[in-house]
Design a binder for this molecule. Structure first.
Ligand code: ITT
Length: 198
């Protein structure tokens, strides 16, 4: 079984490929499909809208089953920001490092060294005929102002999952996948896939 995972984020590819491998699903990246397409718009105000936009755009254009995911970090002290702006918190095309620095700056501005936060992930699986499936997952925790760890991507060096004394970037990939927002959402998606004849 092969599906295209429509993302430009190599961190996501690594995690989703690892998680779906166990279920006999082979994940192809956009690069492996070999068709150059302009990226879709990401104009939604919710993770759901953005995942839907990305998945349906690519499955129609490629005429293949496509998974897309939209995710982000919601920080309580920032009223839920960066949220859907997570990948561009410090500006369009910002690096993970720049986004992390911006988050640290925003917390320090408020005289905070930490804040409750959660990661959210929303998957949409779109079939060329128009049929689709979705799932979501979250992981609660807190963000801190001292980055730790080299693993993962994005805000992982600043995020400590609930019940852990380490940041997400200090956990091995298998462990991150077991507890993460994305890992949880993928598990739900797999349960749905088992029930439909695609
Ligand atoms: P695609 O839209 O091409 O999939 P993207 O990185 O732009 O790639 P999103 O729009 O969904 O993806 O933004 C997700 C951002 O949220 C990501 O760039 C990180 O900043 C953050 N994020 C999401 N999941 C994360 C995780 O597991 N660890 C760290 N940061 C994460």
């Amino acid at each position: 079984m092969k599906v295209v995972f429509a993302t430009s984020n190599q961190g996501k590819v690594k995690e989703v490929r690892e998680a779906l491998k166990e279920f006999g699903i082979e994940v192809l990246s956009l690069r492996e499909v070999g068709k150059e397409l302009p990226p879709p718009e990401e104009t939604g105000n919710t993770f759901c809208e953005n995942a839907y936009q990305k998945a349906t755009y690519y499955s129609k254009a490629l005429e293949l089953p496509v998974i897309a995911e939209d995710s982000g970090l919601e920080v309580e002290a920032l009223n839920g920001l960066p949220g859907v702006f997570s990948s561009r918190f410090a500006g369009e095309n910002a690096t993970d490092e720049e986004n992390n620095l911006k988050l640290i700056e925003e917390l320090k501005k408020r005289n905070l060294t930490s804040s409750p936060a959660r990661y959210v992930s929303f998957f949409f699986f779109s079939f060329p005929k128009g049929f689709g499936l979705w799932s979501e997952g979250e992981v609660k925790g807190k963000v801190i102002v001292e980055p730790k760890g080299e693993g993962g991507f994005g805000y992982d060096p600043l995020f400590i999952p609930e019940g852990y004394g380490k940041t997400m970037a200090e956990l091995p990939l298998k462990e991150k996948n077991r507890i993460s927002h994305r890992g949880r959402a993928i598990k739900k998606l797999i349960e749905l896939l088992k029930k439909v004849n695609w």
